[in-house]
Write a protein that binds this ligand. Structure first.
Ligand code: TRP
Length: 339
């Protein structure tokens, strides 16, 4: 038995990953692999909560996400990499937890209220969508996870999972540790238009982007709006382009660009060429690894099948304890009756 704390996190598999996903999550996950017993999964059922009307892309997206993870450094030898729907125990625990979950708590979750308000092109008044954070609680509790690396936007979901764990333990006996969020510091990752990088804003640079795509996107990057003419001094501290440098450029270049920009020795067009070079250098090895994985789907499928088998071992142990503490374990009950 491993003495290490258990780390678990997941991502909705809604499509290929961009730099925001990389610097906001995956890079942190990679860094946790040696210190903890790590479980990372593609939340394909969570993708269904909003994409139920057209399910045709979900399996494909799941494979794309997993390829992005492995290309970014998640290692199937050191971490358990799996797919939510390949471990049906998530559904069983979700159902059992739903019995003790007060509706009011779900209706008050801020992300739920916000999405109901903001997303108008889909009907989200479904049972499944309301239950999104409870399914997430089941994901976490199923592995009796101690630490859950997530972004700040997930704070309310983590709070809910702690609440559910306490409730369950109060009713049926202590089965679950209370999971803690691991809010890892993440840099600002702007999109090429200066807003937060997001698939839905159409401003993202993807791990799968080719050299040409990266160069084309870099050439369109939004720069310091107060620098109107080439001879005007720039302001790297507020420039969107400089935020990209902070993500991928070595310290010498960072320093040089900042100095020369402030002195108007380089212009924004020059700087776009510099950042394109850095992004290409950073992303090319990742893209090559992901292409190799996508080209060999059988191996990719083997990796998630094996990961899901390992995940299921821990999930089954948890469900045995859950059924037993809820006196739903028929074999145990039968043994008592016949004695
Ligand atoms: N809700 C998370 C997100 O949008 C994804 C997720 C699903 C998750 N299940 C999880 C994250 C369990 C951590 C643990 O990013």
């Amino acid at each position: 038995m491993s003495q290490k704390s258990v780390v678990l996190s997941g991502m909705r598999s809604t499509g290929p990953l961009h730099l925001g996903n990389y610097f906001g999550a995956v890079r942190n996950w990679v860094g946790l692999q040696d210190r903890y017993e790590c479980y990372y999964f593609a939340a394909d059922w969570h993708a269904l909560t909003t994409d139920y009307a057209d399910t045709s892309q979900i399996a494909e997206n799941t494979l794309q996400v997993v390829a992005d993870w492995i290309a970014s450094g998640l290692d199937p030898e050191r971490s358990v990499i799996f797919v939510q729907s390949m471990v049906p125990e998530h559904a069983e625990l979700h159902l059992l937890l739903s019995m003790i979950m007060p509706l009011g708590l779900l209706e008050r979750v801020p992300t739920y209220k916000e999405q109901i308000r903001e997303i108008k092109n889909k009907d989200l008044s479904t049972y499944g969508f309301l239950g999104y954070p409870l399914l997430q609680s089941a994901d976490i509790l199923l592995y009796r996870a101690h630490l859950v690396p997530v972004g700040e936007d997930q704070a309310s979901h983590l709070e809910l999972s702690r609440e559910v764990a306490r409730k369950f333990n109060r009713y049926y006996g202590k089965v679950f540790p209370e999971p803690k969020a691991l809010f890892t510091p993440t840099p600002r990752v702007p999109g090429i238009d200066g807003r937060k990088m997001s698939k839905s804003y159409d401003n993202a640079i993807y791990l799968a982007d080719t050299e040409e795509e990266i160069r084309a996107k870099a050439s369109k990057m939004f720069t310091d709006p107060t620098r109107v003419r080439r001879k005007d001094p720039g302001h790297p501290e507020t420039c969107n382009l400089y935020d990209f440098h902070k993500l991928v450029s070595p310290p010498e270049l960072l320093e040089k660009v900042a100095r020369e920009c402030r002195l108007a020795q380089i212009g924004c067009v020059d700087d776009k060429k510099l950042i394109a070079e850095q992004l290409v250098e950073f992303l090319t090895p990742i893209r090559e690894r992901r292409e190799a994985l996508i080209a060999d789907r059988d191996t990719l499928l083997d990796i998630v099948t094996e990961g899901s088998r390992k995940a299921r071992e821990r999930a089954r142990e948890t469900m045995d304890a859950v059924r037993s503490s809820m006196t739903l374990d028929y074999r145990e009950i039968l043994a008592k009756v016949t004695r």
